[in-house]
Design a protein around this ligand. Structure first.
Ligand code: IVH
Length: 672
């Protein structure tokens, strides 16, 4: 790719914004609008550009945040043994091939197979020390994962302390179990029903919801979801384990949930019945499975067979085909999500698919509809894909009638203008619109924990208050005290709860300036960018007076955020809101936190080699507190390279590029 530096900078900033947006849609809103594949393409493009232009790697780049599938905020721990995946097969012939390979390598056929259900969930690895749960890891990149122990502890069926089980006369108390975390279909349906009632976008499927839940940094949130876990793999250095089939029994005795549906076979022939039975019966289960796992039962033979690349030679997955059905597309409606995203939805002639009746399916966005030429009145194929369920995959053109109607997006919804910006996949309803959904979202966001932290003003209360007409805008929060008498007549409200609400509102006036600007809900302005903005414009008047150029001049602020901030403050309604909020006494001035300063503002640091006084991570934190930032690679734009003992290649690069080099002592002199 031949891109000049400026175009690369622009594209990188666009990609970061796009990826952040899709992350938010996926994780926070559970409403992805592009496929995983499309997402990966964006991510790869960013990674490649950053590789080509290391000097443009921004600290807030998603490539820096997610390293190998681990998440900032959790401790990353190396797996004792890699967490592998399984090779997939789709036919009995492929299983026969697998059987042949196994026999060929072992040079005999004196062994057994087990067949087990393949849970469609999220893999976890639990380590027990002296019988007690010690760490709980996600799969991460297979070699290291996140320790999500606090989240795992909220899952009731997982023992914190295991039962006493002896193997060959010795108690089994130091071991690892691996299994799958998942949600029961009924709990998932209940969760989605409550979202539907609250007018929130629905979650795609139990697996994604489980994955999103386990990644929550707040365990209280995890505790609210009903997660389960079923275990299928036992590992220990202290005992001689003999068979996978027996391990199931051992895990059960230890106190873990294990599947009842495991069978042992003398040969591959009887496996076929098991596959057929479950292909048929899978929908009678209370949870999703996406296939069957076939394993060599004898552990010594498993070890002998070993692994290849990322999967074991002793096991294979038999995946069920994705189910597809045909039905009629009766209508296309538009669903408004948080922040005004508009998603077209297919209203279908109800049809049974994978055990559930499907009435609606996602159509993603305008391009998707156009590319597939999906028209109202068409017969369409519906698929319950792994990711977003269900979706319309194609039109049955042979059945298209003369009355099918192409779909065009309207100019407005219920009198509120909608628009699609260049380069964006979907339509938005005007940000400043007063559509009840937008109003609710705006107020809810303002009151949320990471913004103004008005605990009592959650989703449901905001929704009720808007419906009752006492909240129409953010500023109305500070006028709620005028409606006490009315609120007290509503169900669920008493003197105490009202007082609690008023106290929380009063307290919010003390929230930091950063939180206030984040709370305003300016599109694209996340918590990270709010922090940066507050650093450069330390009071709201300065921010309101900033031109687009002033905003883009900040390295971390891309065109889109700059545009969005500028446009937001260009609206009379918003200016009036700020004036009102000022009058209510909200904090519009950055506090002078003695822990932070601007000493290193705009400076970038690269660390290489071991530091004596502290870890590189801690040193990087100091840099950040002083307004600077750490980057991972050296470029001409790097301000300093800090060199500890046994430095790496970065040291040579710094010398070559003539970047200022500091030894540990010089670094501490600078920051102290
Ligand atoms: S065994 C080394 N057994 O499927 C073998 N995996 O697509 C490790 N899974 O990573 C896996 N049910 O997360 C095994 N009964 C089962 C399973 C199972 C679900 C998951 C697991 C694995 C993935 C591979």
């Amino acid at each position: 790719m031949n891109m000049d530096l400026n175009s690369a900078k622009k594209r990188i900033s666009e990609l970061i914004e796009l990826i952040n947006k899709h992350d938010e849609l996926y994780y926070q809103e559970a409403n992805p609008i592009i496929s995983d594949r499309e997402y990966d393409l964006l991510f790869d493009e960013l990674k490649n550009l950053e590789k080509e232009f290391p000097e443009l790697v921004l600290q807030n780049s998603p490539t820096q945040k997610v390293s190998g599938g681990t998440i900032e905020g959790f401790e990353t721990v190396a797996h004792k043994r890699p967490m592998l995946s399984l090779a997939n097969t789709y036919s009995i012939e492929e299983i026969t091939e697998f059987d042949k390979r196994v026999k060929k390598q072992l040079e005999h056929s004196d062994f057994h197979y087990t067949t087990e259900l393949k849970f469609d969930g999220v893999a976890i690895s639990l380590h027990y020390k002296n019988g007690e749960l010690d760490i709980a890891l996600t799969r991460g990149d297979g070699t290291k994962g996140d320790n999500i122990i606090n989240n795992i502890k909220t899952i009731k069926s997982i023992p914190l302390k295991v039962n006493k089980v002896e193997i060959d006369g010795k108690v089994l108390e130091n071991f690892e179990v691996r299994g799958e975390c998942f949600m029961l279909a009924k709990d998932f349906a209940e969760l989605n029903q409550s979202r539907l009632d609250a007018g929130l976008p629905l979650y795609a499927n139990p697996r994604n919801t489980t994955a999103g839940t386990l990644k929550q940094l707040d365990s209280n949130e995890v505790a609210k979801r009903k997660l389960n876990a079923s275990f299928y793999y036992l590992l220990t250095d202290e005992h001689n384990l003999k068979s996978q089939f027996d391990n199931y029994q051992i895990m059960k005795e230890l106190g873990f949930d294990v599947s009842e549906n495991i069978e042992r076979h003398n040969s591959i022939d009887s496996i076929k019945d098991f596959l057929e039975k479950w292909e048929e019966k899978r929908h009678s289960l209370k949870y999703d499975i996406d296939g069957i796992v076939i394993k060599v039962d004898e552990i010594n033979l498993q070890n002998e067979l070993g692994t290849i690349a990322r999967s074991p030679r002793w096991a294979v997955a038999y995946k069920f085909e994705t189910e597809t059905v045909e039905t009629k597309l009766k209508d296309i409606t538009l669903q408004i999500g948080r922040q005004g995203t508009i998603t077209p939805v297919a209203e279908l002639e109800p049809v049974l698919l994978s055990g559930t009746t499907i009435k609606r399916a996602s159509l993603y966005n305008e391009d998707y509809i156009n590319e597939k030429d999906i028209r109202i009145g068409d017969y369409v194929m519906i698929e319950k894909g792994g990711e977003i369920i269900p979706k319309v995959t194609k039109v049955v053109l042979e059945k298209r009638g003369v009355n099918s109607i192409p779909f065009t997006f309207p100019e407005e919804i219920e009198g509120h203008k909608i628009y699609r910006l260049e380069g964006q996949a979907h339509y938005y309803i005007d940000d400043s619109s007063n559509h009840p959904i937008i109003v609710k979202k705006r107020i809810e966001h303002f009151a949320s924990r990471n913004a103004m932290d008005i605990d009592s003003l959650g989703e449901k209360v905001v929704s009720d208050f808007v419906d009752q007409g006492i909240l129409n805008n953010i500023k109305d929060i500070y006028l709620l005290k005028n409606h006490i008498d009315k609120i007290l007549t509503w169900e669920g409200w008493g003197e105490r709860s009202v007082q609690k609400l008023l106290d929380a509102i009063e307290n919010s006036k003390k929230q930091d300036y950063i939180k206030v600007i984040y709370g305003l809900g300016i599109r694209h302005l996340g918590e990270g960018s709010a922090k940066i903005i507050a650093k450069y414009f330390d009071n709201i008047d300065k921010l309101m007076a900033a031109s687009k150029e002033d905003l883009v001049a900040i390295h971390e602020i891309g065109d889109k955020i700059a545009d969005s901030i500028f446009n937001w403050f260009n609206s009379e309604e918003n200016i009036k809101l700020i004036e009102d909020l000022k009058e209510f006494g909200l904090n519009f001035q950055a506090s002078i936190d003695e822990n932070t300063s601007d000493l290193l503002l705009g400076k970038t640091f690269v660390f290489t080699g071991e530091l004596e006084r502290m870890s590189r991570k801690e040193a990087a934190k100091i840099v950040e507190k002083l307004g600077g930032r750490e980057t991972k690679s050296v470029s001409k734009a790097t301000s300093y390279v800090v060199v500890g003992a046994s430095p790496g290649i970065k040291f040579e690069k710094a010398q070559k590029l003539g970047v200022e080099i500091l030894n540990e002592e010089e670094f501490f002199n600078l920051v102290e």
